[in-house]
Design a protein around this ligand. Structure first.
Ligand SMILES: [Zn+2]
Length: 434
């Protein structure tokens, strides 16, 4: 690693540390991959000074559930009747693309995420051996997992072992690290999940699984004799702080209490749940019971953009409606679900999620000099309810600039978008009117 140093000078910093410290004006000094100073600007600056006039500095946003290769499918699964999205629409699309297309889609997806102010992703999909190369190339921080299914369990487990071998499972040692990605509770039977639990135990990797994301999943699990999807995971020892369950859309109240009671990490994807299922997951109930919740964008064809500002806002709105309580899910909780609490969900709160000396330098700058962000009475509410990805002017991951002046640094955006669009041509037969 090249040990570079930067001093970022901005109008303000929201550190999101435990004391909710803010500085105005603010300086963040970066040495190598870490933050060496956060506070008011001083006379002494080290390294390259980057003036971010008009900007507020924040910890980089953390996307607790996404599938970057599915960038390819944006706009191909619109207004689908409940129950048809995965079996009738996604599966035929997925059959048309191979590892090369998925890699091109993943790189375009990473480009979208980073220019939207996302610095860490939990990504899982098919052909992750190939896809992880694109994620690594992008410069994002990421945990990667290969999707495991009963139908292809042996090959999937080999891919998973290879990812663990290649990247390790320790986020402190590698910017890209590996987890285990059993697909869902209906597509993974008890034998496969027992092997997943054993491999997780042996490797220290986290488990990422879709939970109760569709009615058919719930029906299939009940038909196998379990009381429900959450009870099924619990019987196999797969609820708890090192398991990240996505969605939970069809959990009963009792199951939501069980998931929370085990301290399980939950990836809440409100736009995706609304668009694909017409539902709000019982995330308020899971969180009250003890779940650690991070927000996820899910895939580009679920919502239809990988935009955590939109997810914060949507999470606030739909959960206020679901709770019949406009005071539910205050803005700071929503911002933490995209930063500090998301970091805790992914087991990386000791590394990222807040701007503090010694943490990794994952920093974003949001330019406040736009009509929709002024006046600046309530910085947190402005970020959660009014900010847009286009307001992100700078992004650093591990102390390395990935975006400056709203432009990606070190990635050829034009080529990446051309390659991604070319790869998506394979899907033309299933496009609208195709
Ligand atoms: Zn998903």
């Amino acid at each position: 690693m090249t040990a570079s140093a930067y001093t970022l000078l901005a109008d303000e910093a929201l550190t999101l540390d435990e004391r909710r410290t803010t500085y105005s004006p603010a300086a963040v000094a970066i040495e190598g991959d870490s933050i060496s100073y956060v506070g008011p600007p001083t006379r002494e600056t080290s390294g390259t000074v980057i003036r971010l006039d008009g900007c507020v500095l924040l910890p980089g946003l953390i996307d607790a559930h996404t599938h970057t290769p599915m960038w390819l499918f944006r706009g191909l699964t619109e207004d689908v009747p409940r129950g048809e999205w995965l079996p009738r629409r996604m599966r035929p699309l997925e059959a048309l693309v191979g590892p090369r297309e998925l890699r091109a889609g993943a790189l375009a997806g990473c480009l979208e995420l980073m220019t939207n102010g996302v610095t860490t992703i939990a990504d899982r999909y098919n052909d992750m051996g190939e896809v992880a190369g694109a994620i690594e190339e992008s410069g994002l921080r990421a945990v990667v997992a290969h999707s495991l299914y009963d139908r292809d369990a042996e090959r999937g487990l080999r891919e998973t072992e290879a990812l663990l071998e290649r990247f390790g499972a320790d986020p402190a040692r590698s910017r890209v690290w590996a987890g285990l990605g059993p697909h869902a509770t209906d597509t993974c039977g008890p034998d496969l999940l027992r092997r997943v639990a054993a491999l997780a135990e042996r490797s220290g990797g986290r488990v990422f699984i879709h939970l109760a994301q569709a009615e058919a999943e719930v029906a299939a699990v009940r038909a196998r004799g379990s009381a429900g999807c959450a009870a099924y995971l619990d019987e196999l020892g797969l609820l708890g702080p090192t398991v990240v369950v996505a969605h939970g859309t069809y959990l009963t109240d009792g199951e939501a209490d069980l998931v929370g009671g085990r301290g399980t990490a939950v990836a809440h994807c409100p736009s995706s749940n609304a668009k694909i299922e017409g539902r709000v997951a019982p995330v308020g109930r899971m969180r009250r019971a003890g779940a650690v919740v991070g927000l996820g964008t899910d895939a580009a064809c679920c919502n239809n953009g990988m935009d955590l500002f939109a997810e914060m806002r949507t999470a606030g709105l739909v959960n206020k409606v679901a709770a019949d309580d406009p005071a539910a899910f205050p803005a700071e909780v929503l911002l933490r679900m995209a930063t500090t609490e998301a970091a805790a969900a992914l087991g990386i709160a000791h590394l990222v999620g807040s701007l503090e000396t010694g943490k990794r330098a994952d920093v974003i700058a949001v330019d406040r000099r736009v009509p929709h962000l002024l006046p600046w009475h309530d910085p947190v509410a402005n970020i959660v309810y009014a900010a847009r990805p286009s307001d992100v002017s700078a992004v650093f991951v591990d102390g390395r600039p990935l975006v400056l002046d709203r432009r990606p640094v070190g990635l050829d955006a034009e080529r990446i978008l051309a390659d991604g669009t070319q790869a998506a041509r394979a899907l033309a037969p299933l496009a609208v009117g195709g």
